[in-house]
Design a protein around this ligand. Structure first.
Ligand code: UDH
Ligand code: MN
Length: 348
């Protein structure tokens, strides 16, 4: 029997066949292993993968990672309700002489650098509160104490800016508020601005610190005036205008030094634009003014009537577009942004 017998040929082919089978299973094993490798790599870098249509492993994988991502990022917040469920109505205001800034800070842990936004819903407006200020620290403390919880109950996204007039030149409330508007807009594109005297504390949280289709005056009454409107057309104390409304009237005039007239000037600008001032109901728009005397450096402005006679001629070139000032410092305190400015002095 020679080497080329049929039995030998069969054995030789069988050997190749076994070899072939062996190498195929090795290849299959490598392929599975590689699959596992790819899979575990994709787990860690999944967000950047591209999905090839028809690749079912990747498709499955991508829905798995999408679910994982959804779990780790919070779901989008719903808009806050039209009326906040946290409102309390008329409030019992207190003015304790023992109150300290530290107390007010620890009462308002949710406020950071003067800013707050509701955690469980998206606020309907973003509001900057602007407070013109010089040497009224006690009033500021009382206002912060009441205003922070008041605004939080209204579910507003807000920040408080205190604009301090540096030096002892005559006070200019209106120019400080123009500065506040411009400085606040460097931080965020606020929808609405509240121009707020430091000594006026709102008595009812249904008096909403949000803007409307028309400029809004929030102080219908105050304790000192028997809760009656000061006079027809009064637009002082606390008022609210949208970013656009304020820009449309070119802001406040910069030329009112000392007490009075600047708020009437703003009303005239509003009327020239055919806008109409709105007010909340009298039983809601109530304020307590912390008692004070006239400040030195804020004497009655004897020129105010003369200036008011010129509003129509000058409003286009006297206002936001002509407001020059120098920011001396901007400090982000826990409860407010403190902007100290040199606004110059009256031209004589
Ligand atoms: N302001 C200061 N410091 C000043 C002057 C004014 O912070 O030295 C600010 C503060 O925000 C104040 C606002 O400007 O609330 C308006 O000034 P004001 O409170 O003096 O004006 P008001 O009309 O009083 O309330 C005027 C004089 C009150 C005399 C009272 C006599 N019974
Ligand atoms: Mn006052």
């Amino acid at each position: 029997m020679g080497f080329c017998s049929p039995v030998f040929k069969f054995l030789r082919r069988g050997k190749y066949f076994v070899l072939l089978l062996l190498s195929l299973s090795v290849l299959a094993w490598i392929a599975t292993f590689k699959g596992e490798m790819v899979k575990s790599f994709q787990v860690s870098s999944a967000p950047t993968q591209t999905l090839v249509k028809g690749d079912s492993l990747r498709e499955k994988f991508s829905s798995f990672t999408a679910a994982t991502i959804r779990l780790s990022t919070p779901p989008p917040k719903a808009d806050c309700p039209l009326e906040s469920p946290l409102l309390q109505g008329a409030l019992q205001l207190t003015f304790e002489s023992s109150l300290k800034l530290k107390d007010v800070e620890s009462e308002n842990k949710g406020v950071s650098e003067g800013e707050y936004e509701p955690s469980d819903c998206t606020a309907r407006q973003n509001v900057a509160i602007l407070i013109p200020h010089r040497s009224r620290e006690r009033h500021l403390l009382y206002l912060l104490h009441h205003l922070h919880p008041f605004l939080q109950r209204q579910q507003i996204h807000y920040a408080i800016y205190v604009i301090q007039q540096a030096g002892d030149a005559t006070f200019n409330r209106a120019k400080l508020l123009n500065v506040g508007y411009m400085e606040a807009l460097k931080d965020y594109s606020w929808d609405c601005f509240i121009f707020h005297d430091v000594d006026l504390v709102p008595e009812n949280d249904h008096n909403l610190y949000i803007c409307d289709k028309q400029p809004k005056h929030l102080v219908v009454g105050r304790n000192a005036t028997g809760y009656k409107l000061h006079y027809k057309g009064y637009f002082g104390g606390v008022s609210a205008m949208t970013r656009e409304q304020f820009l449309q009237v070119n802001g406040f005039s910069n030329t009112y030094w000392g007490w009075g007239g600047e708020d009437d000037d703003l009303r005239k600008r509003i009327e020239l634009q055919k806008m109409k001032i709105m007010r909340p109901p009298a039983d809601i728009a109530r304020y307590t003014m912390v008692f004070h005397k006239r400040d030195s450096g804020n004497e009655i402005n004897k020129d105010r009537m003369k200036l008011l006679g010129r509003t129509q001629q000058v409003w286009r070139k006297d206002g936001l577009n002509s407001c020059s000032y120098k920011t001396l410092s901007l400090e982000r305190m826990p409860l407010y942004v403190n902007v100290t400015v040199d606004i110059g002095k009256p031209q004589s």
